[in-house]
Design a protein around this ligand. Structure first.
Ligand SMILES: Nc1ncnc2c1ncn2[C@@H]1O[C@H](COP(=O)(O)OP(=O)(O)O)[C@@H](O)[C@H]1O
Ligand SMILES: [Mg+2]
Length: 339
C-alpha cells in the first residue's frame, strides 16, 4: 500500500474535496482505497457519511473513529487498537473516520517527538500511532492506496500524519496566501523528513513495531481554481498561477527553476476548475460530482459539467497513479459515464 498525504499550510483551498473525489475516482479505476481523516475538523468524514452514518456516529459517541483507535495508547492503557474500524463507503473505499477529539492528542505528540532521539519506546509508539493505524486498516481492507486528509497547520498531529506518508500532494489556490503557504510547507517537509530519519535510526532494540519510511516524497501540486476569493476578476488568478512553477520548485523540490508555464510544469498534476453548483449538489446527494445523475438534479448544462468533471478527475488520478506506479497502465474500462 502506498500512502499519500494531501497537505498545504493554507486552509479552504479544497484539500478535503480533493481527497474525497480522488478516493472515488481511484475506486472507479479499480483501486482499493483507504481515506483517513486526520484533520480534527473531520470534514472528510462529514463528506463521506450520509445522514444515517452521521446519526450512528452521534448515537454511538464517536465509536470507531481514528481517535478511538489510538486512545488506549495515548491514555496509557496499552497500544493502538489491533483492528481499527474501517467504515465501508460502497465497494473499494474504506474510511478511517475523523474525530474532533483528535485535537487533544497534539500535546502528547509534541512531548514524545524529541524523546524518540533517546530511543524511548513510548515515544516511538506515540509518534507512529497514526502510521501504524493506517497501515493496519490498509491491511485489513486490502487497500492499494491510503489517502490522508490533514488540516492546514504545521503542528504535531500533522507531523505524525506526514511521518505516515510515502508521498505528498500539495493543493494550491491561486492566491497570495496559498503561495506563501508553500514557503512554509517546503522547508517543513524537508525538516520533518530529516528529523524522522534521524529518529528512526534510534529505534530501541526489541521494540516490536513497524516503522514508516516517512519519505514524504513531493508528487506535485494541484491548482484548485475555485479559490476562496471568487469575487476577484479572473485575470488576478493568472498572476498567481504563473508564479506556481517557480515557487514550488524553489520551496519544495529545490531542483532548479522550471521555465515552463503551469500547464506544462511537470510538477503540476492538474488544474481543477470551479465546479460551482455541482459541489453543493454532490454534497446533497452524498456522492462525488462526477457521478451525479439527472435524479440528483444534474440536468441540462449540468450533465456536460459532470462529464467534464469526470474527465478532469480521471486525468488527475491517472497522473497520480502514473507517478506512483512508475507508468503502470491504467486499467481499461474507466470511461466517463453516460447520463
Ligand atoms: N473545485 C471546486 N469547485 C467548487 N467548490 C469547491 C471546489 N473545491 C472545493 N470547493 C468548496 O470550497 C470549500 C472549501 O473546500 P474544502 O475541500 O473543505 O477545503 P479545505 O479542506 O482545504 O479546507 C467547500 O465549501 C467546498 O465545497
Ligand atoms: Mg479540509
Amino acid at each position: 500500500m502506498t500512502t499519500v498525504a494531501f497537505f498545504n499550510n493554507r486552509g479552504r483551498v479544497g484539500t478535503t474535496s480533493l481527497v474525497y473525489h480522488l478516493a472515488w475516482m481511484l475506486r472507479e479505476l479499480g483501486r482499493r482505497v483507504i481515506a483517513a481523516d486526520l484533520d480534527p475538523q473531520a470534514n472528510l468524514t462529514g463528506m463521506f457519511l450520509d445522514e444515517t452514518g452521521l446519526e450512528r456516529l452521534w448515537r454511538d459517541g464517536n465509536r470507531g473513529t481514528i481517535d478511538e483507535g489510538v486512545a488506549p495508547l495515548f491514555e496509557g492503557a496499552g497500544d493502538i487498537v489491533e483492528s481499527p474500524q474501517v467504515e465501508e463507503i460502497g465497494e473499494r473505499i474504506g474510511l478511517l473516520m475523523g474525530d474532533l477529539a483528535l485535537s487533544r492528542r497534539e500535546d502528547e505528540l509534541s512531548t514524545q517527538w524529541p524523546k524518540c532521539l533517546d530511543g524511548d519506546r513510548r515515544a516511538f509508539r506515540v509518534t507512529t500511532a497514526f502510521a501504524r493505524l493506517v497501515a493496519r486498516a490498509g491491511r485489513r481492507f486490502d487497500a492499494d492506496l491510503a489517502l490522508l486528509d490533514v488540516g492546514p497547520n504545521l503542528g504535531a498531529i500533522n507531523r505524525a500524519a506526514l511521518v505516515a506518508s510515502d508521498c505528498v500532494v500539495i493543493p494550491l489556490a491561486p492566491d497570495l496566501f496559498s503561495l506563501q503557504g508553500l514557503r512554509n510547507v517546503g522547508p517543513t517537509l524537508r525538516d520533518w523528513r530529516r528529523a524522522w530519519k534521524e529518529r528512526a535510526g534510534r529505534k530501541p532494540q526489541g521494540l516490536d513495531i513497524e516503522l514508516p519510511t516517512g519519505d514524504m516524497k513531493p508528487l506535485g501540486y494541484v491548482i484548485m481554481r475555485h479559490s476562496i476569493r471568487l469575487s476577484r476578476p479572473v485575470q488576478t488568478y493568472g498572476r498567481w498561477i504563473d508564479r506556481m512553477p517557480s515557487e514550488y520548485a524553489e520551496a519544495v523540490t529545490q531542483d532548479g527553476l522550471p521555465s515552463a508555464p503551469a500547464e506544462q510544469d511537470p510538477n503540476c498534476l492538474a488544474h481543477l476548475k470551479d465546479y460551482r453548483s455541482l459541489m453543493p449538489m454532490a454534497q446533497e446527494a452524498n456522492r462525488p460530482m462526477f457521478l451525479l445523475r439527472p435524479a440528483h438534479g444534474a440536468i441540462g448544462a449540468h450533465q456536460q459539467a459532470v462529464l467534464e468533471c469526470y474527465t478532469d478527475f480521471r486525468n488527475l488520478a491517472g497522473e497520480l497513479l502514473g507517478r506512483l506506479d512508475s507508468g503502470r497502465a491504467l486499467p481499461p474500462g474507466a470511461r466517463p459515464p453516460s447520463l
